[in-house]
Design a protein around this ligand. Structure first.
Ligand code: NAD
Ligand code: UDP
Ligand code: UDP
Length: 346
């Protein structure tokens, strides 16, 4: 007699449906810049319970201070490279050291001084961390969203970048732990989707800025704003004609939630197509924040992409989403937060 096969699990095996409770949402990296703004938005909905798992590597409890002690909120110190057992319906997987200070902040010394720990941590988080979150999603039947990056396009030979472009990435360069790490994370997401039927969402995030960015993490917008407030020269890395497209964090968070709630797996570009050279950005910060600072050209880091601008046709069509806040309106919105943290009132 052949043994009877067990019935297939209800799909998706949603925790909230099972226990008739609120929607339980895990945000990995929720103590970071984008993660904490996402938590703020998710907590606005009284049906949501939010769990943050973060190892505080680049994030901080301070970003979540208003939620600590709230009955619908839970904060866990946890490194996603270790297995995590929680029961949730959705996972926003953001955990990743996103600002490679050690190879961006001090461009001259960076290569010889790059601590191996940071690079290992970045690649491990992207690969093992994503694998663990997929294992978790599989066990509990949760939908999982990965915040991938425009860096998967590398130094792009197609401009602007549509999702169909496979990219031009150096696999052995100083950025590879980040961009190749995210490429592997995307691969894992699709393999789990095809093999185990996991509901996945992949956002390819383009440069994002706003309050709570790390002040000294070396990203260009936070550098320029902090420099302008401190009255220091704005350090444009040569040649200064390289471009980026900057998205304000509230637009980004709305895009991520749209993607999670919609029916498309992605990958979908989420970013603001307004494109600026670094010289234009420096001039704008100077004009808006401190007209007295000087703009100084400094050495660049290796493998710096020369241009970057999202093609957001897919996001517009499939998510009915597009960014609303222009750079000139967004920059002043960060000024007060930076002044407070730097202790330099207006
Ligand atoms: P962030 O550094 O502020 O946040 C990342 C968070 O992840 C931090 O709180 C950090 O402590 C946490 N973290 C790192 N490694 C971890 C680990 N192993 N276990 C648990 N927590 C860990 O960065 P962000 O700008 O908020 O970026 C969030 C996500 O968006 C990242 O996945 C990043 O790759 C992606 N992204 C950001 C941008 C951008 O412009 N900010 C652009 C593209 C993609
Ligand atoms: N995992 C986790 N939480 C869970 C379930 C799994 O962190 O609730 C981790 C698990 O430790 C494993 C990874 O996710 O390392 C992948 O899990 P999966 O079940 O897909 O693979 P397997 O354990 O069979 O290799
Ligand atoms: N950049 C700059 N001055 C700085 C920091 C960065 O001109 O003080 C430039 C950098 O060379 C790059 C761009 O700004 O061309 C964006 O760098 P960032 O590290 O913010 O993001 P990413 O390179 O990941 O897009």
């Amino acid at each position: 007699q052949t043994p009877k096969k067990p019935p297939p699990p209800p799909s998706p095996l949603r925790f909230s449906k099972f226990f008739q409770s609120n929607m339980r949402i895990l945000v990995t990296g929720g103590a970071g810049f984008i993660g904490s703004h996402l938590v703020d938005k998710l907590m606005e909905n009284e049906k949501n319970e939010v769990i943050v798992a973060d190892n505080y590597f680049t994030g901080s409890k301070d970003n979540l201070r208003k939620w600590i002690g709230h009955p619908r909120f839970e904060l866990i110190r946890h490194d996603v490279t270790e297995p995590l057992l929680v029961e949730v319906d959705q996972i926003y997987h953001l955990a990743c050291p996103a600002s490679p200070i050690f190879y961006k902040y001090n461009p001259v010394k960076s290569q010889s001084n790059m601590p191996a720990y940071v690079l290992q941590q970045t690649i491990k988080t992207n690969v093992i961390g994503t694998l663990n979150m997929l294992g978790l999603a599989k066990r509990v039947g949760a939908r999982i969203l990965l915040t991938s990056t425009s860096e998967v396009y590398g130094d792009p030979l197609v401009h602007p970048q549509p999702e169909t472009y496979w990219g031009n990435v150096n696999p052995i360069g100083v950025r590879s732990c980040y961009d190749e790490g995210k490429r592997v994370a995307e691969t894992l997401m699709f393999d789990y989707h095809r093999q185990h039927g996991i509901e996945i969402r992949i956002a390819r995030i383009f440069n994002t800025y706003g309050p709570r960015m790390n002040i000294d993490d070396g990203r260009v917008v936070s550098n320029f704003i902090a420099q302008a407030i401190r009255g220091e020269p704005l350090t444009v890395q040569a040649p200064g004609t390289q471009t980026r497209s900057f998205c304000y964090v509230s637009d980004m968070v709305n895009g991520l939630i749209r993607l999670m709630e919609g029916e498309n797996t992605g990958p979908i570009n989420i970013g603001n197509p307004g494109e600026f050279t670094m010289i234009e950005l420096a001039e704008t910060v100077k004009e808006l924040i401190n007209p007295h600072v000087e703009i100084k050209m400094v050495e660049n880091t290796p493998d710096d992409p020369r241009q970057r601008k999202p093609d957001i046709t897919k996001a517009k069509e499939l998510l009915e989403w597009e960014p609303k806040i222009k750079l000139r309106d967004g920059l002043p919105l960060m000024e007060e937060d930076f002044r407070q943290r730097l202790g330099v009132p207006k």
